[in-house]
Design a protein around this ligand. Structure first.
Ligand code: URA
Length: 235
């Protein structure tokens, strides 16, 4: 990727472009071991070696963010009416043009992976890969053992589609009932439609895991963080 040295360094969090400009004047920036005082210089991240205060800095190609999605924002990059999850990102992260991996409904909360790695997103979403998605669900009516069996067999949705077997774990049965549901697919409104298929109704939905990724419960709604190296390796 070709871009200005000040843009590169500020995008990886080393300071504002104004600060980088001052740092360049002080001789803190080297390109291929040559001090560069002009911070508008264009570099090629593939070939140029960049040093900042004598430390080599690497430009990352991909970013991986975990968001605790709040209700009221849509899982899209752009929308004419609603705020999107991308609107909640800092400019330094938006720079990488990330997008959400799959969709959570506007009123669904919880784990959303946001990345600019198209191949990884494609793999995680591929129906053939059967990536587990676990949700915490509250439903209006009582959940009973028969429902666990129905989910284990797969539920017929209103359009006649039979879902793959899903795991329903009852936490508390009542009004509302609380449970966990793990599915391997990602059909439109799948959890809501599965409960409709057994004459119940989802009143609250939150995704808590996707494949090897678990929602970091320290993230408040609308907050996000970069994945750790270990989390990226597991993907
Ligand atoms: N199932 C749904 O019904 N909604 C979501 O947002 C995710 C899964």
């Amino acid at each position: 990727m070709k871009l200005r040295i000040d843009k590169m360094l500020s995008n990886i969090g080393l300071g504002s472009r104004k600060q980088i400009k001052q740092d360049a004047k002080k001789g803190f920036i080297k390109i291929n071991d040559e001090i560069i005082k002009d911070s508008s210089k264009i570099i090629d991240t593939e070939v140029d070696e960049i040093k900042y205060k004598n430390e080599t800095v690497k430009y990352v190609q991909y970013i991986y963010l975990m968001m605790n999605k709040p209700q009221g924002v849509v899982s899209a990059t752009e929308d004419n009416y609603d705020k999107t999850v991308i609107d909640l990102l800092e400019d330094n992260d938006k720079f990488y043009e990330p997008f959400p991996v799959g969709r959570l409904d506007k009123d669904t909360e919880g784990l959303l992976l946001i990345t600019n790695n198209g191949k990884l997103a494609h793999d995680l979403l591929s129906p053939r890969k059967h990536v587990n998605k676990k949700y915490y669900v509250e439903v209006a009516e009582e959940v009973i053992e028969e429902d666990v069996k129905a989910f284990a067999k797969g539920v017929t949705l209103e359009d006649g589609y039979n879902t793959l077997p899903a795991k329903l774990e009852i936490i508390e049965s009542g009004y509302p009932s609380k449970c966990y549901v793990t599915i391997k697919e990602g059909k439109y409104h799948q959890i809501k439609r599965m409960f409709k298929g057994i004459d119940n109704e989802v009143v609250y939905l939150k995704r808590i895991s996707m494949g090897p990724l678990n929602l970091d419960e320290t993230l408040k709604l609308g907050q996000y963080r970069h994945l750790t190296k270990e989390e990226i390796h597991k993907l």
